[in-house]
Design a protein around this ligand. Structure first.
Ligand code: LMR
Length: 337
């Protein structure tokens, strides 16, 4: 055998030894925890990301989705992400305050967005990107915004005027802006994990709550709420976030493939959210368990006038410059209903 023939053989032999190791290499696991049902916009988008990510990386990445608080509840999941026990989350924008990133509460300001078009000017524009970068000092990278929708208000009494809220115990997410929003109409806000809301409503620990129809429906909250006011008084959506060290430590090609999958999953999330909420509302209506209330323009204006207190009181906390920037983009006018 010639020297080059020998070398060739040796190379093939070495390859044969390495190949099974490569083939058997453990996939990179991304644990994606969230608190809502699989049938919601976020639940569907998480599964879409899993499918696209696993396809794009040809199995080098495995995404494990844990819905419905099955792995962690609201507060725990943020801690778990920072510790690296879970790699990806999509918490509601109202849940970043306790992390010390108060600017995200700008999204909670009542009536700040009239519709998705105004919202997307922020979430798909430079202001949204600037906000995501504020997470980095906390060891978190923000990858995308996923839509859910505008919130309805539910209770066991009809909520039409601000006076109707007086003394009602209302479950809220952990946002100071939402706390003020409820107090501004005389309600008593109570912060509570999403996983505990159904039972709290059922047992009367709280009287009512707010959420987009997709959550109201899939958590069956409508079964324990007599009235649902279609107020669209505020927005609830998500930031998809990852543990920064984990993400930056990924092989470059894998990270690129995952970014592509995230972009496609984001387009999907934002395309299905409105329809999911419409279908959920139709489901609530069909159940006949809650009565739906539509506000007159005057009633809605009265909510807006009262809840505007949340804008005034949180200018300093959230940042007046940021709030004004959002006003400029969306054309928010506190005198207009
Ligand atoms: C809530 O706690 O009401 C929502 O943030 C749940 C969710 O993730 O949609």
């Amino acid at each position: 055998m010639t020297a080059s023939g020998l070398l060739k053989r040796l190379a093939i032999g070495a390859l044969a030894l390495v190949l099974p190791i490569v083939a058997l290499a453990e996939p990179i696991v991304i644990k994606f925890s969230h608190v809502v049902a699989t049938e919601t916009p976020k639940g569907q988008a998480a599964l879409r990301f899993k499918q696209l990510a696993e396809e794009a990386t040809k199995g080098r990445v495995k995404v494990e989705v844990y819905p419905n608080s099955s792995l962690y509840k609201d507060k725990e999941e943020m801690e778990a992400l920072q510790l690296g026990a879970v790699q990806m989350l999509a918490p509601s924008l109202a849940k970043f305050g306790p992390l010390g990133v108060r600017e995200f509460e700008v999204f909670d300001l009542p009536f700040i967005f009239d519709d998705d078009r105004e919202l997307h000017k922020i979430t798909q524009g430079p202001v949204g990107q600037k906000l995501l970068r504020k997470l980095e000092p906390r060891g978190i990278l923000g990858l995308a915004y996923w839509d859910n929708g505008f919130k309805v208000m539910s209770a066991n009494k009809p909520l039409r005027t601000p006076a109707d809220f007086k003394g009602q115990k209302m479950r809220i997410q952990s946002s100071k802006v939402l706390d003020t929003q409820m107090r501004s109409v005389g309600a008593i806000p109570q912060v509570m994990s999403f996983s505990e809301v159904y039972q709290a409503l059922q047992t009367g620990v709280v009287d009512g709550t707010e959420n987009p129809p997709s959550n109201l429906y899939t958590q069956k909250m409508y079964e324990v709420q007599k009235y649902v006011t279609l107020s669209n008084h505020g927005y609830l959506g998500y930031a998809v976030i990852v543990n920064k060290k984990f993400w930056n430590g990924l092989p470059g090609d894998v990270r690129g493939q995952l970014e592509g999958a995230m972009k496609a999953a984001t387009d999907f999330a934002n395309a299905v959210a409105q329809k999911d909420n419409d279908d959920s509302l139709a489901g609530v209506k069909k159940s006949g368990k809650s009565q739906l209330i539509t506000l007159t323009p005057e009633e809605r204006a009265a909510w807006k006038a009262a809840m505007n207190r949340a804008h005034r009181e949180h200018m300093g906390r959230i940042g007046a410059d940021l709030i004004r920037e959002v006003y400029r983009e969306t054309g928010y006018d506190d005198n207009k209903s």
